[in-house]
Design a protein around this ligand. Structure first.
Ligand SMILES: Cc1cc2nc3c(=O)[nH]c(=O)nc-3n(C[C@H](O)[C@H](O)[C@H](O)COP(=O)(O)OP(=O)(O)OC[C@H]3O[C@@H](n4cnc5c(N)ncnc54)[C@H](O)[C@@H]3O)c2cc1C
Length: 426
């Protein structure tokens, strides 16, 4: 006998149980629990930070800069206006960073490589063999899982003692005796930051712009891209067959919230039209447009396309870079590979806004002409710049000087200690 006390039998019970679950929705297959720590003074809308280094923008260059500063002993805060670290690598979905190698050997390593390698290994993915020179440059890009990458970046920030402030951005920046006062806003939060050094990793050098230092911008910029997948499942971090569809959004402009809103809505509307026309399911869509180009700083040095393609080793080189000249236009892109053996370098002075003190940039806003920038903007190069900026800002904060006054030998030595390859010595 399998009768229950209320007279129903076990089979009835199981059936009604299943129906009950169906009514609640079968889409959720499991529930687990975790408890967030109570944020001290969460009800208090105004907070203050005193730090050595403030990193603005936690994207491709920014999180590496912050981890480096934290590991080198600087009290570090990173302010990121979105909800996760990684920027274009994660939120933009360009989760195939390149290029860490050139001509059969690795030329960029350090913290960016550590993260990329660890995320691929954790994901059971495959790393390229850098001793092989590929037929096409993109074959040595590293396919990473964007979701894992963002979480690992957070973990490494926490381990380095870096404080993270998501959903916030600077509203005003003013000079103080010892550096800067940066007032940031987020929803329900006003944050006053006093710092010795700023690292601007916003992609378009937004803090540099707020301070009134000159920036460069083209009348017509490269298109942005929305990455998505129609009709076929997308497997993050897997091989070329799993690559995403790319929608060029011409005129995409990351200058401010209004222009970025326009780019996002234009892209999504076009993808909706494709879904309707092609009658395919939308299987993957990044939350925002990836922007290739906006502002670049006018730095103490400007890297020209000739410097870039000739593989000039600058006297104050702090990082290598490697990628073809890669300018996207209305008619697509025709990458111009570098000549065999050439490895471009990035000088410290191209990260310093002209005439500035106590501020350094890293990422695609590096001081460069447009064609040089089309190669310099790629992710391994941005990560290399981020690490160098983290070192230079930390040493400047400790010495009470400015990044350009830090002896180059000290920058190289600390970079080497943290696993980076120094130009000319790879
Ligand atoms: C569609 C596309 C395809 C690409 N393909 C490749 C490729 O195949 N291989 C490759 O290596 N590279 C590729 N790139 C280039 C590369 O991905 C980017 O140039 C690089 O990631 C830029 O890094 P970044 O750190 O300068 O900026 P981002 O990674 O964009 O980071 C900027 C961060 O700053 C935040 N931010 C901005 N303003 C503020 C503010 N005021 N306050 C707080 N936070 C702010 C943003 O939210 C973001 O997180 C591609 C780029 C695009 C868009």
């Amino acid at each position: 006998m399998n009768k229950k006390e209320d007279g129903t039998d076990r089979r009835d019970f199981l059936q009604s149980g299943l129906l009950g679950t169906a009514a609640a929705g079968l889409a959720i297959t499991s529930t687990s629990h975790v408890t967030a720590q109570t944020v001290p003074d969460a009800a208090e809308p105004e907070v203050t930070n005193e730090v050595d280094v403030l990193v603005v923008g936690g994207g491709t260059a920014g999180h590496v800069a912050a981890i480096q500063a934290g590991r080198a002993g600087a009290k570090t805060l990173i302010v990121e206006r979105n909800s996760q670290l990684g920027g274009t690598t994660t939120t933009g979905g360009v989760s195939f960073p390149g290029l860490f190698d050139a001509w059969g050997k690795q030329v960029i390593a350090g913290i960016g490589w550590e993260l990329v390698k660890e995320s691929v290994e954790l994901d059971g993915g495959e790393l390229p063999n850098f001793s092989r020179v590929p037929q096409r440059h993109w074959q040595n890009q590293v396919y990473t899982n964007q979701f894992l990458y963002a979480i690992l970046a957070e973990e490494k920030c926490a381990q380095a003692g870096v404080e993270i402030a998501f959903y916030e951005f600077p509203q005003t920046v003013s000079k103080t005796d010892g550096g800067w006062q940066v007032d940031c806003v987020g929803f329900g939060t006003k944050r006053r930051v006093r710092c010795k050094q700023i690292i601007d990793c916003t992609g378009g050098a937004e803090v540099v712009g707020m301070l009134g230092f000159p920036r460069l911008r083209e009348e017509e910029r490269q298109p942005g891209s929305f990455l998505f997948m129609l009709g076929k499942e997308h497997q993050p971090g897997r091989d070329l067959n799993q690559r995403l569809h790319r929608l060029y959004v011409h005129g995409a402009d990351s200058t401010n919230s209004r222009t970025a809103t326009e780019a996002n809505m234009t892209g999504r509307k076009s993808i909706l039209a494709r879904v309707r026309n092609e009658k395919k399911r939308l299987m993957h869509l990044q939350p925002e447009t990836g922007f290739r180009e906006s502002y670049r700083i006018q730095g103490e040095t400007l890297i020209t396309v000739n410097d870039y393609t000739s593989g000039r080793v600058f006297d104050d080189a702090i990082s290598n870079a490697f990628y073809p000249v890669d300018l996207h236009t209305k008619t697509g892109v025709r990458p111009k590979p570098l000549k065999p053996g050439k490895v471009p370098t990035i000088p410290l002075s191209a990260l310093i806004p002209k005439g500035s003190r106590n501020i350094i940039v890293a990422g695609r806003c590096v001081s460069s002409d447009r064609l040089a920038n089309s190669g310099l903007r790629v992710q391994a190069s941005c990560m290399g710049m981020g690490q160098a900026a983290g070192v230079a800002a930390t040493l400047a904060a400790k010495a009470g000087s400015t990044p350009l006054e830090v002896p180059l030998a000290e920058i190289h030595s600390l970079l080497r200690e943290h696993g980076q390859i120094i130009p000319g010595k790879a």
